[in-house]
Ligand binder design. Structure first.
Ligand code: ADP
Ligand code: MG
Length: 337
């Protein structure tokens, strides 16, 4: 049997069963955005690790080394944000071919430092090795007050579904970078979408704000795609969900694009790497969520609701009928790469 038959998510589910443990300090092991273990009487320790592999996650054709460094830090910080936590420490493993220039490595670390400084994260270690392709691994440690942690589990029927920022820009950026359909879009829009892909902003401040006020019943960051990540919440919470296509928040650039290519709405539904926060909350919290949105100057949009498990996950189109989106999102071993 080949791993592609299991898929990334099938493989992780198997691991979660195989390594389920009753260790007294583990609150959540495999299966959330970060592991949750007991740090002291009041706080949980959050840990997560991520890898960026050349020609799978990025191409050197369009990725400057400093942006690659920034992204490596951002995607790890995003997983801590998804738990409502504060990122603190980072370890980076750098694996590069012998022919890599020192200038590239210096730039890579310049980007790592910039993002770490911005998010107040300290680099405390890592590892260095030669390899055939560039592989950057980041392991991040963070913390959260015990009463503020937010899991993927916890959504209940009737809860509203929210998302921060705008969806689809990162996938659109990637599409434009790969397909060079630039003549159909202004340089400014191209630059915006490309930047959203190459240099995403983890929603650490927003995650903390939501956690501090205890507004969310469940939360995840959107790395695999809206539907794929909503499915993770639904499975962990044993619920179903309904999303309205016309409520998905879209940037001006993305709206302009889909006015010419309406099918590309799928990039907002199933495209990954937006690193926005997807969360559920009881209806009674909507005013407080609006206040946070206005205070932080970032849209937090109500895009759907949690349904009974038997309803599964549905996307409703503008005509009120089921919208048949192409795929759920990105899954290693199942998608092309
Ligand atoms: P995210 O997209 O939020 O980074 P992943 O889908 O990578 O999350 O991982 C989901 C869960 O599975 C996490 O708890 C992660 O630590 C765990 N996980 C993923 N791959 C492995 C692995 N090879 N061994 C152990 N745990 C893993
Ligand atoms: Mg995540």
């Amino acid at each position: 049997m080949e791993i592609k038959e299991l898929g990334e998510f099938g493989f992780i589910k198997k691991l979660a069963c195989q390594f389920a443990t009753r260790h007294s300090k583990i609150v959540k092991g495999i299966g959330d955005d970060a592991s949750v273990t007991i740090q002291d009487a009041n706080r949980y320790l959050l840990c997560s690790t991520d890898t960026l592999v050349e020609d799978i996650h990025f191409s050197l054709n369009y990725t400057p080394a400093d942006k690659l460094g920034k992204k490596a830090v951002s995607i790890s910080a995003s997983d801590i944000a998804a738990m409502g936590g504060k990122p603190l420490f980072l370890l980076t493993s750098i694996n590069v071919p012998n022919s890599t220039s020192v200038k590239f490595i210096n730039l890579l670390y310049k980007g790592i430092k910039e993002k770490c400084d911005e998010l107040n994260i300290a680099l405390i270690g890592g590892n260095t090795s030669s390899s055939d392709k560039i592989i950057i691994n980041t392991t991040i440690l963070g913390e959260v007050p015990k009463d503020q942690v937010i899991f993927r589990k916890g959504a209940s029927e009737g809860d509203m579904i929210f998302v921060t920022g705008y969806l689809g820009d990162s996938s659109l950026g990637l599409k434009l970078l790969n397909r060079k359909k630039r003549k159909k879009i202004t340089e400014r829009s191209f630059g915006y979408a490309m930047n959203r892909h190459i240099d995403p902003s983890p929603r650490v401040i927003e995650g903390r704000a939501i956690a501090k006020k205890k507004l969310a019943s469940s939360m995840i960051d959107i790395s695999d795609g809206l539907i794929a990540d909503l499915r993770h919440i639904a499975e962990e919470s044993s619920v179903g969900a309904r999303i309205w296509v016309n409520k998905i928040p879209l940037s001006i650039c993305f709206k302009k694009w889909i006015s010419k290519y309406p099918n590309d709405i799928n990039l907002a539904i199933a495209g990954g790497e937006d690193y926005e926060l997807l969360f559920t909350a009881p209806k009674s919290n909507i005013t407080k969520i609006d206040i946070i949105s206005r205070k932080l100057g970032i849209p937090i949009t109500h895009i759907g609701e949690i349904m009974p498990k038997k309803c599964g996950i549905t996307v409703v189109g503008e005509n009120g009928k089921i919208f048949n989106h192409a795929v759920d999102g990105f899954e290693h071993f199942k998608n092309k790469n």
